[in-house]
Design a protein around this ligand. Structure first.
Ligand SMILES: Nc1ncnc2c1ncn2[C@@H]1O[C@H](COP(=O)(O)OP(=O)(O)OP(=O)(O)O)[C@@H](O)[C@H]1O
Ligand SMILES: [Mg+2]
Length: 466
């Protein structure tokens, strides 16, 4: 790394120190000097300074004040404190105020150079990260939602547009298309960072339980209501309520929900005291609600209430150009989780993913990549490491002509992958390590092998240094 493009400002009231430091540092960096706070501020204003090195005692002034003032401004340099009174307290205080590091006088120039270089490096990494992150979200979507395909752009636009408002949002799409992810993004971008996101899975609960879940109940409201309970609407007050699988709620509950959303008022079951709630509702469904309205199974007035803004999640098969990006992100995710770095797919494997129809959408793709990462013992994930259903035209996990066809129609209990002894062995080793919290001796005992064999196998798997 070439440091000569980086500017270092030295602030010291002693001329000897200033001149000495300038002389020793100017070969490496672009050096500026100032004798007091006013001079320093003038330079900070007119030039871009990357690192500021200031003495603690500046005549009658205090270097700590200069650091605080400087860091309060945008695009502040990385600050380092010099002190002859190098007590720990002063150093800690400086760091608390945001200083990057401190050095004690008398100064050791080599050491000082190292500290400055480290400050510059960490600064440029940080800047790169910020820039990269901004770029990625700008180009590839919002929050954690990945997708640069044209069909995803309206989704991103709507999320950005609607998030800061309190409008009710309906998210429609097939299973696994990312509806919950969008719900979260809307909440996170709502500009109410401390408010709560509360999720209710409407399909999982019976009519009465769902009502009590949503609106709460008083003690004795129904058999089994032994305690008073706060509902999810109240819990989400000031924040967002995510109603998942809204198409599953029955007509009676729909009436109450309509009132809660329309009038922003709820009543706990067993109480007739209306309560005001301030909740932003985001609902999701994989059903066609307008079709349900026609059939009479979903109230049209509730549908219109929910549908103030709607977001249609495109199925993955309609945005195959996103597959490569999604795969990349899942490879990183599961690579980290499994301590395998730089995982990648062979061309054949990638082609297989691109050819597949993905009825389970992004969730299914994510699972397939996890499978691949776990099953592969090298950084290359090949076709044989991917789930069997991908390699099979019928998508049923059953291939005529293979050994399994001796019992037609019955899906195999053991996948092809698990028939591979080496792969199975590695799976067992990982499992044993997991069970024993990485205690190799115990894991070896569990597996019925010697510690030496264990050590060798771990080496082969690249899990220990050889
Ligand atoms: N665009 C995307 N980028 C990254 N990850 C995604 C994307 N879409 C979905 N996922 C991931 O896929 C999985 C399924 O997403 P999610 O739970 O949001 O789907 P859903 O539409 O709510 O499904 P369901 O209808 O079955 O509840 C999650 O692990 C999610 O993180
Ligand atoms: Mg969901």
């Amino acid at each position: 790394m070439d440091f000569s493009d980086y500017t270092v400002l030295i602030v010291d009231d002693e001329k000897n120190t200033r001149d000495g430091l300038r002389l020793s540092l100017e070969d490496e960096f672009d050096v500026y000097v100032a004798a007091n706070i006013a001079e320093a501020e003038a330079i900070l204003k007119s030039d871009t300074i990357h690192v500021m090195l200031t003495d603690l005692r500046l005549g009658g002034e205090n270097g700590m004040d200069l650091i605080s003032q400087t860091l309060a401004k945008p695009k502040a340099p990385t600050c380092i404190l010099m002190t002859a009174y190098g007590s720990v307290d002063v150093a800690v205080e400086a760091m608390k105020k945001g200083a990057y590091d401190y050095v004690s006088k008398p100064l050791n120039i080599d050491e000082l150079e190292i500290v400055i270089k480290r400050a510059i490096r960490s600064r440029s990494v940080e800047e790169e990260n910020v820039a990269l992150k901004a770029q990625v979200t700008e180009r590839y979507g919002v929050e954690n939602i990945i997708g640069h395909s044209a069909v995803m752009q309206p989704v991103f636009d709507t999320i950005r547009q609607v998030a800061p408002s309190k409008a009710t949002v309906l998210i429609e799409g097939e299973s696994g298309t990312g509806k919950e992810l969008v719900g979260r993004a809307i909440h996170h971008l709502s500009g109410r960072p401390k408010s709560k996101l509360v999720t209710v899975h409407c399909a999982a609960l019976s009519e009465q339980l769902l009502e009590s879940e949503l609106f709460g109940h008083e003690k004795g409201a129904f058999t089994g209501a032994t305690e008073r309970r706060i509902g999810r609407f109240e819990e989400a007050n000031g924040g967002t309520l995510f109603l998942d699988e809204i198409g599953e709620i029955d007509l009676n509950t729909q009436v109450k929900l309509l009132r809660a959303i329309g009038e922003r008022t709820i009543e706990r079951l067993g109480s007739n005291k209306p309560q005001k709630v301030d909740v932003r509702v985001v609902a999701a469904t994989n059903k066609d609600l307008s079709e349900m309205v026609k059939e009479g199974t979903f109230r049209d007035d509730l549908f219109f209430r929910l549908n103030v803004v709607s977001i249609q999640m495109p199925p993955l098969r309609d945005r195959k150009e996103d597959i490569v990006l999604l795969v990349d992100s899942f490879l990183k995710e599961f690579g980290e989780e499994n301590n395998k770095s730089d995982m990648e797919l062979t061309q054949d494997a990638m082609q297989l993913l691109l050819d597949y129809d993905w009825p389970g959408n992004v969730r299914e793709l994510r699972t397939a990549i996890e499978h691949g990462v776990v099953m592969s013992n090298t950084p290359k994930i090949g076709v044989r490491h991917l789930p069997v259903f991908l390699r099979d035209d019928s998508h049923s996990g059953f291939r005529p002509g293979s050994a399994k066809s001796t019992s037609p129609g019955i899906p195999p209990v053991v996948s092809d992958e698990d028939l591979n002894i080496a792969a199975m062995e590695q799976k067992l080793i990982r499992l044993a390590l997991e069970r024993t919290n990485d205690n190799r001796t115990e894991a070896a005992q569990l597996l019925g092998i010697s510690r030496r064999t264990m050590q060798r196998k771990l080496k082969e798997m690249g899990l220990v240094e050889g």
